[in-house]
Design a protein around this ligand. Structure first.
Ligand code: ADP
Length: 480
């Protein structure tokens, strides 16, 4: 059963019940009102006629003399008039000829007569035994003092009930016709009203179906501010969020597969070279003293590259999977900078690069950091500075206080510099300004990506400034 059918059934059911209750109640009310009115009209007539009897205008003992008057009066009032003697003998009846009265049975025990005996009016409704029609009867007792004692006469008025019933029936027909008409009108109105309610629900359902089928750009028009409007805008919000999530997921997926592609490409180069040199050696070059050592050294170099690449890959995947646990503590920053510089000094010396450390006012400052990770950052930055600085250049590692709570660490070189358009991307994985040169100097393309991750895990940010031909400066801050 659809929602609309349910709504309709409810509306129409309620209307039918209401109309039925109203009609039954009002018919009953009208019927009893008509009965009461008929009775009171009848008793008024009884009263009028009995006044004539009491006043002597219609003497009970000479009714036959007034036959025409009485019959005319009865006819014009559409009434039946009966006069009954105290012992029940019918003296006169407007519906019965005078000469037939002798056969009319004694009326003493007619309910209305019995009812009037205690004074006032006796009223009864029944089918007449005399004329076989339903009548409403009203009677009263008139006692007249005569010279020869008290004389009792009952005056009875009756009217056929059929005309009251006809009126009642007419009124009932009108009431029920109005009832049926209102049911029809309500059915029509509620059919439209229920459509107004269910149409937006159907729209929502079809939109929800479309969204489920992947049509995430589908939106439901929100036209009202009621519960349905709220539902529609919630579904719209949900579709919007889902859409965003999916865009995000797709982007992640793309980044992931790009990375995978890069990794296999990066691995392939050193493996192929290694294989090449080893094969050449095996093919006989091993016995050629002019090249064998050179080839072995080259194979060794590529094995080293492979090793560096794998180490960086392991490192970055540990960082990105969240597997890398950091252990922060306050530690002297100057010590660490000096230690790393000492370790890198031989490499710098090899290229005749002057490497200086300037810790200035920070000599005794402690920074909040993971010592091993921070060391890795400094090694990567210094390694790059040495790699991308020509022989005879210089590198400065320095620390400066920044405000009250921070220390800024900087690695500056007088190297090749980085063209402006690359500055925004050098922290991406495998991004290199000059691929051949990077490979030549043993770069993996992952060093700065690792640096960025670690610095960010310390709550800082890595920045770079560079002028081509003049040199580069990498900076980040630590909590003090
Ligand atoms: P790589 O292993 O290739 O050095 P990195 O992620 O460490 O990878 O650096 C990315 C690129 O940024 C390098 O290939 C190089 O082009 C550039 N770069 C990094 N440091 C410097 C620097 N000190 N001077 C000039 N170029 C730099």
């Amino acid at each position: 059963m659809t929602l609309r059918a349910k709504l309709l059934a409810t509306y129409i059911g309620l209307t039918v019940a209401g109309v039925a209750v109203f009609s039954i109640f009002s018919s009953w009310q009208i019927k009893s009102y008509l009965d009461r009115r008929a009775e009171s009209a009848l008793t008024a007539h009884v009263e009028a006629v009995s006044a004539l009897v009491r006043g002597g205008e219609l003497p009970a003992d000479s009714l036959a003399n007034h036959e025409m008057t009485i019959r005319r009066m009865a006819r014009s009032l559409n009434l039946r008039l009966t006069f009954i003697r105290g012992d029940g003998l019918v003296l006169f009846d407007s519906d019965i000829p005078l000469d037939s009265l002798t056969v009319v049975e004694n009326h003493l025990h007619r309910p209305e007569i019995e009812g009037s005996r205690s004074g006032g009016f006796g009223v009864n409704r029944r089918e007449s035994a005399t004329v076989h029609e339903e009548f409403l009867y009203a009677a009263t007792m008139v006692v007249r003092e005569t010279p020869h004692g008290a004389d009792t006469v009952y005056v009875r008025v009756a009217r056929p009930f059929s005309d009251i019933q006809a009126l009642d029936r007419q009124i009932q027909i009108i009431i029920w016709a109005i009832g049926v008409l209102s049911v029809i009108i309500i059915a029509f109105v509620s059919s439209r009203a229920s459509r107004r309610i269910t149409r937006p629900i159907l729209e929502i359902a079809s939109a929800a179906r479309a969204i489920r089928e992947g049509e995430l750009s589908r939106r439901i028009p929100v036209t009202t501010k009621d519960e349905i409007g709220t539902l529609a805008s919630s579904i719209n919000d949900m579709a919007g969020k889902l859409g965003n999530d999916i865009i995000q997921l797709k982007k992640l997926e793309r980044v992931r597969s790009e990375f995978l592609g890069n990794v296999s490409h990066e691995l392939r180069t050193p493996i192929f070279s290694l294989q090449g040199f080893l094969e050449t050696l095996l093919d006989g070059a091993v016995d050629d003293p002019a090249v064998n050592r050179d080839f072995l050294e080259k194979a060794h170099k590529h094995a080293g590259r492979l090793n560096a690449l794998l180490n960086d890959l392991i490192e970055i995947s540990r960082i990105e999977s969240g597997e890398m646990k950091m252990s922060f503590r306050f530690m002297p920053v100057a010590d660490l900078l000096r230690e790393v510089s000492d370790e890198m000094a031989p490499a710098a010396a090899k290229k005749n690069i002057r490497l200086t450390v300037d810790t200035g006012e920070c000599t005794d400052d402690k920074v909040y950091a993971d010592r091993e990770r921070l060391k890795q950052v400094m090694i990567n930055l210094l390694d790059n500075a040495i790699k991308y600085t020509e022989d005879g250049g210089s590198i400065t590692v320095s620390a400066r206080r920044e405000g009250t709570g921070a220390v800024s660490v900087e690695v500056a070189d007088t190297g090749t510099g980085i063209p402006g358009q690359h500055l925004g991307r050098i922290f991406e994985r495998f991004y290199r300004v000059d691929k051949d040169r990077s490979r030549d100097v043993g770069g993996t393309g992952l060093g700065l990506a690792i640096v960025k991750h670690i610095v960010e895990a310390h709550g800082g940010a890595i920045r770079v400034e560079s002028i081509v031909g003049k040199g580069s400066r990498f900076m980040f801050t630590l909590r003090r």
